[in-house]
Design a protein around this ligand. Sequence first.
Ligand SMILES: [Zn+2]
Length: 187
Amino acid sequence: MLPSDYAAQDCLLARALETVGERWTLLIVRDAFFGVRRFSDFLSHLDIPKAVLSERLKGLVRDGVMQRRPDPKRPGREIYELTQAGRDLWPAIYALRTWGARYRAPDGPRRAFTHFACQTELEDDGSCPACGITPEAHDVVMSLRPNAPQLRYDPISVALLEPHRLLEPLGRQPQVLTPAEQPPGAE
Ligand SMILES: [Zn+2]
């Protein structure tokens, strides 16, 4: 029987994949960079089975990538935030996004990532060509490109229609569109 993990692999990549290699895990981390912090928001933005989300968040907390703390705005509830180890995954996430844009986006990428300080779009390696530095995630602004199609209508997707600085909590709670309010063809 094949082992279910990479424990026997003497490789640092395999060790990293022990934490972030499971399905959904990197998308949860990506959403945390987008500013998602609540279980219900991860759930609606990712369309992930509840039990899987719960399991993945538990694993990310156990492995020190995310931390859980009381939600200051909703007593009795909790929020999830990236730890320093989690924020250090930004270059890996950005590199995978660049690869996806190059090989898996026939219509071009929908989102642009710019340096907060100078509003210049980042290079494929995450560096700012104007400043000559590679900004950390909290100094990166994500925005939809003009004419990019809106693919989803959950509250997080709606909030992300506007430029958003990474790691800033998505504070607004936009009105949720009912199916009747969604444009034709929307899922
Ligand atoms: Zn810059």
